[in-house]
Design a protein around this ligand. Structure first.
Ligand code: F6P
Length: 328
């Protein structure tokens, strides 16, 4: 039987991503539009377990669409992985008369949401928010576009100094398990080589390619490396390896780190987050649960949360081919 939804809760969980605020705002405003009450849960599942829940109205979320981070704060919760932790969370939801939850986060957050939803027959909808873009069932995740542009902007700056000093730079970008940022920022910034977790390009192939570049007259080079690249070497080890084998190169390393997670969201992320927030509320009103909202070919879609958790968002081989051709 379709559950009547009168009050919706929203939380952000896992690594933060620019555009999460736009998604929170969209959920709260859509709830208000449909005459529902809403609450925000602080610090993801941690806050849920501790009852850190506040009422939010459409006015409470003004002027946050342009802000990076998440006003609700985020956390990774070990306690929510336990039956006892989820029971506490459920009790607080009941106490606050919350009928449904919107979870903005990545696959780890969705796993928790899915287990909880099944355990308590509690309506849950996921919105993909992570800079890694590694969620199945959507072309893009909230925050990815912004992070990509941040990375490209910084790599362009590194290119300036690399070129002035005829140097080779290894630039590490985020992506523990996914190479979307590395591959696309690498192409966008004209990197000579790109190393990602999904494909083992091999360090020796990189050496050959760098040597070829040097002989062809290139005086400076950039190698963009995802945190979790498949060579198994970290960015400093890669740099040392090249220094040992190609002593002609003057090598430097730059790790971009968490700057990629901050900053004002791009317009693309703000609009997509707004659309996803509205869609999440509308799905709940339709009596749906255990789904993740996504965007495929610029249309809002929904998929089972289970798929989002189990399947992998694959790198498009055509883009890999482009990167290969560009490094000629
Ligand atoms: O969630 C995305 C991500 O940015 C990964 O690419 C990165 O490895 C990880 O988060 C680091 O997160 P934290 O420093 O918060 O543990």
């Amino acid at each position: 039987m379709k559950k009547i939804i009168k009050k919706i809760g929203v939380l952000t969980s896992g690594g933060d991503a620019p555009g999460m605020n736009a998604a929170i705002r969209a959920v709260i405003r859509a709830a208000s539009y449909y005459k529902l009450e809403s609450v925000g849960v602080y610090r993801g599942y941690e806050g849920l377990i501790e009852g850190d829940i506040v009422p939010l109205t459409a006015r409470d979320v003004h002027h946050i669409i342009q802000k990076g981070g998440t006003i609700l704060k985020s956390a990774r919760s070990d306690e929510f992985r336990t039956i006892e932790g989820r029971k506490k969370a459920y009790d607080y939801l009941v106490k606050n008369e919350v009928d449904a939850l919107v979870i903005i986060g990545g696959d780890g957050s969705f796993t928790g949401g899915m287990v909880f939803s099944k355990e308590y027959d509690f309506p849950v909808i996921g919105i993909p928010g992570t800079i890694d873009n590694d969620i199945y069932g959507t072309d893009f995740t909230i925050g990815y576009d912004t992070a990509l542009n941040t990375a490209v902007e910084v790599i362009d700056k590194i290119r300036d100094t690399a070129s002035s000093h005829n140097r080779l730079f290894f630039v590490e970008v985020m992506g523990r398990d996914a190479g979307f940022i590395a591959l696309n920022a690498g192409i966008g910034a004209g990197a000579e080589e790109i190393l990602i977790p999904e494909e083992d390009m091999g360090v020796d192939r990189m050496l050959i390619s760098l040597e070829k570049s040097r002989r062809s007259g290139k005086t400076s080079s950039l190698v963009v490396v995802a945190e979790g690249d498949k060579t198994g070497k970290n960015v400093f080890e890669l740099a040392s390896y090249v220094e040992e084998n190609l002593p002609q190169y003057d090598v430097r390393v730059s790790v971009l780190g968490h700057m990629q997670r901050g900053g004002a969201p791009s317009c693309f992320d703000r609009v997509m987050a707004s659309r996803m927030g509205v869609k999440a509320v509308e799905l709940l009103l339709d009596g749906k649960s255990n789904l993740m909202v996504g965007m495929i070919n610029n249309e809002m879609v929904e998929n089972d949360l289970e798929l989002a958790v189990k399947e992998h968002h694959k790198i498009n081989p055509e883009i890999l081919r482009v990167s290969e051709i560009m490094s000629v």
